[in-house]
Design a protein. Sequence first.
Length: 219
Amino acid sequence: MLTNINTYENFSSHVFVSRETYEKLCVFEKILTKWQNSMNLISKSTINSIWVRHFLDSAQLYRFVRNVEGNIIDFGSGAGFPGMVLAIMGKKNIHLVESDYKKCIFLKEIAMLTEIDITIHNCRIEDLSFINVDLITSRALASLSKLVDYVEIFTNKSLGEKQELPNLLFLKGKSYYSEVIELSKNKKISFEEYPSMTDRDGKILYIYKVDKLNIENDK
């Protein structure tokens, strides 16, 4: 596990950011620590490793999103990971979806204090109105099968012609392989996997195609 990256030089040696961006992340950390005293935004075990477990973990996704031109939706944003970090790093058209009202108030405060333009939806994923989206992200929310279910429910709300699923970018822990196997029982997925900077057992999964298996034809 990486340690002691809470300086500009150390953080930027892993994922480069400008000093202005780093200062905004420092504001994020300060407010997060303050709010953590009154509500559970992050796991207590990660409070002393915020820069690795949350900021760097989220920031490592920037290389996958920087060329996305359309909307990005972050399912189950919680305390803003990864969506808020990616927005602070300069990515536009990010939508955060979070059902907890108090967490949404926290996210709005972070957005205001860091002066970033971001859209926050205070609702359950199932209740989110359809918008055109190029990429959906999520971190530590649910199993891969459940995440794909959420994406399909959302995509099926389109009032136009049938929509293909957008690309999916998920941070997964050491159970990622068993989750891929479980999903593969019902879906045919095309994806790429990348090592995580912050978790030797974790992976970044970039899924660019999901098809329903035709069980009858596969027999």
